[in-house]
Design a protein around this ligand. Structure first.
Ligand code: KG4
Ligand code: ZN
Length: 340
């Protein structure tokens, strides 16, 4: 099976061709991506209208490149998949309309993929993780713990009641004068900082339901930053390290609770899967590796290029859906909001 995947829900335009043998995992034949980070950096965050226009300018070219690098023609494909949401609606419209057009002219099935499902299924692309598994999805827009029981069979165990974790990283970075996107910057600063200098709160720690709350932590960083201003380089590094340590404690505690809930309601998970941009954070990954070891689970983290937004995860979700006969009509609508 050979599927083209298109991703345009946020600030990355991406197109990829993935192939797969019957029931096997996938082979990424091409994975083209163009980040708009430079277009948004001056604003300290993604500007939806700028994002939509930037997607329009490059998406055709990126699709062409993805097909060329994979050495396939449109007519060779078994389907065209696009992320149909959730995300910034202008961008979603661009990607989905492109996919619809290609599907129509080439007479191929269209698959409208939920972007979150793309993240959720991505570990099956690289190492064939078996259902069911516990998914910790941690990105700029989403923070959820989900029991993934099968394709299209997802039970949300918990999630954030305010900011997403990636968003908290981004806002903390902005507050400390670090450039956008903040996650990698905060991680870099934290490497040389003292994680114990600031006693920051661990919101929701110990709660029975595996939910998250990040806004209080972010506010606590601001209060500390204002208290000791003007900030030296050392202050910034220590604040980043203290913030990251608090996030890690919360993530491990919440995931442990979700795991207990999973075992009570959905049986034995085959793995703990971490996906989304924040999964690129080495300290978060190490802590989850320890948790997985303690609880007798395998930790599956997609390689960094598949953790952040990409086209391959959309193509792969397309393959998983096509295998089960799940195709969409050309009238399928783009969705800004679309729970998993
Ligand atoms: O999955 P993703 O590429 O896009 C969304 O769907 O949101 O995730 C991007 C998010 C951003 O908030 C970014 O700051 C965060 O992931 N991120 C990180 C790291 N790399 C990316 N957060 C913490 N540490 C990192 N190394
Ligand atoms: Zn994402």
């Amino acid at each position: 099976m050979l599927v083209l995947g298109i991703e345009t829900t946020c600030d990355e335009t991406a197109a990829s061709v993935v192939s797969s043998e019957r029931d096997g995992h996938g082979e990424i034949l091409s994975n083209e991506i163009l980040s708009q980070i430079a277009d948004h950096a001056a604003y300290g965050g993604v500007v939806p209208e700028i994002a939509a226009r930037a997607h329009v300018e490059v998406v055709d070219h990126l699709v062409e490149r993805a097909l060329a690098k994979a050495g396939v023609r449109l007519s060779d494909l078994d389907g065209v998949a696009a992320a149909a949401g959730p995300g910034l609606i202008g961008g979603v419209i661009v990607g989905l309309t492109t996919a619809k057009t290609l599907a129509l002219v080439a007479n191929k099935p269209l698959v409208a993929v939920n972007h979150l499902e793309g993240h959720a299924l991505s570990p099956r692309l690289t190492d064939g993780v078996a259902f069911p598994y516990l998914l910790l999805l941690v990105s700029g827009g989403h923070t959820q713990l989900v029991a993934v029981k099968g394709v299209g069979d997802y039970v949300r165990l918990g999630g954030t009641v305010d900011d997403a974790i990636g968003e908290a990283f981004d806002k903390t970075a902005k507050m400390l004068g670090l450039p956008y996107p903040g996650g990698p910057q905060v991680e870099r600063e934290a490497e040389r900082g003292d994680p114990e200098r600031f006693a920051l709160p661990r919101p929701m720690l110990g709660r029975a339901a595996p939910d998250f709350s990040l806004s209080g932590l972010k506010t606590a960083v601001r209060v500390e930053a204002e208290r000791i201003a003007p900030l030296t380089g050392k202050d910034v590094a220590d604040l980043c390290a203290s913030f990251q340590a608090a996030v890690v404690d919360v993530v491990v505690d919440r995931t442990r609770v979700a795991l207990k809930l999973f075992r009570e309601t959905a049986g034995h998970p085959s793995a703990l899967v971490v996906a989304g941009g924040v999964a690129a954070n080495a300290t978060v990954r190490r802590a989850l590796q320890r948790l997985a070891g303690e609880t007798g689970l395998r930790l599956a983290v997609p390689p960094p290029a598949l953790c952040t937004d990409n086209g391959a995860m959309i193509a792969w979700a397309g393959i998983e859906r096509l295998r089960r006969g799940l195709v969409d009509d050309l009238s399928v609508a783009p969705r800004a909001r679309w729970p998993l």
